[in-house]
Design a protein around this ligand. Structure first.
Ligand SMILES: Nc1ncnc2c1ncn2[C@@H]1O[C@H](COP(=O)(O)OP(=O)(O)OP(=O)(O)O)[C@@H](O)[C@H]1O
Length: 252
């Protein structure tokens, strides 16, 4: 089956300027993210994974190169177009959960819906539905500090889904969670993906990486290798963890 590109990076570069020094975090990356895929990005600490996610999602400006979303060049968007793109087309789950501390859980989830200008009643209904789906429906009037880390992360996922984005980016969404909460978050992302949503997830965890259709390894700001899985191959399904382990060990 031919896959359709949802995000395409061409000759992508990101250089950070710190005082008199320059750091080339992303170096001439050419990459496609495919529609409907569960894409996982792995790589050593400092290799450029979060930077790449920021560039692919339009959350940070490229230094050079191009980023396309469904054939539209997003790095050339005006500020207004970019803000519309970020609000409506993408959902972002941050490494640090990033909920607004003095808003209730339901208001945190609903906020991007209000920003997008959707009808209040629709946003309310959708946030209620998402809280149920994420199993946090008893927590709607609590503040983030009054619920567990796992519940906060599920609220962050609900917030990322409120505007029914085309693609979800998740930067180490299980990094701060225990095994049980981490597994619940991965199950939710897998479920969302099975229902057709494209997911791009950064992780250090081999077990989490096994959820991928496609695994991209980043080394020193470049694509160091790509591993594609056949989701219908029984042998691959059973042996995926050792495949991922062998792939990652060979790339580090
Ligand atoms: N704002 C910044 N200014 C200067 N350098 C930065 C900035 N952000 C990131 N870097 C540097 O760019 C490189 C890539 O950082 P990035 O956060 O993308 O790595 P990462 O692979 O996501 O790391 P980790 O797995 O530890 O989260 C690192 O060397 C980092 O120190």
């Amino acid at each position: 089956m031919t896959k359709t590109s949802i995000i395409r990076a061409q000759n992508l570069c990101k250089t950070y300027n710190t005082g008199s020094e320059q750091y080339h975090a992303i170096r001439n990356v050419d990459l496609d993210i495919y529609e409907g895929d569960f894409t996982v990005i792995m790589g050593n600490s400092g290799s450029g994974k979060s930077t790449l996610l920021y560039l692919l999602s339009g959350l940070d400006q490229v230094t050079a190169g191009e980023v396309y979303f469904q054939d539209q060049r997003i790095d050339a968007y005006s500020e207004r177009e970019m803000s519309e793109f970020r609000t409506r087309r993408i959902g972002y789950i941050y490494q640090s959960i990033n909920l607004v501390p003095d808003l209730s859980i339901q208001d945190n989830i609903a906020l991007p819906g209000y920003i997008a200008g959707s009808k209040k009643s629709e946003v309310k209904a959708r946030s209620t539905h998402l809280m149920k789906a994420m199993d946090i429906d008893g927590q709607n009037s609590r503040l983030p500090s009054q619920i567990s880390g796992g519940q906060q992360q599920r609220a962050a996922i609900a917030r990322a889904l409120i505007n029914s984005p085309d693609i979800i980016f998740a930067d180490e969404p299980t990094g701060s969670l225990n095994y049980e909460h981490g597994k619940a978050v991965l199950d939710i992302l897998t479920d969302i993906n099975r229902k057709g949503q494209s997911v791009v997830m950064v992780t250090h965890d081999i077990k989490a990486a096994c959820r991928a259709d496609r695994l991209i390894f980043i080394r020193d700001g470049k694509v160091g290798g790509i591993l594609e899985f056949d989701k219908y191959d029984e042998h691959q399904i059973q042996d995926r963890e050792s495949m991922v382990f062998a792939f990652v060990s060979g790339k580090e």
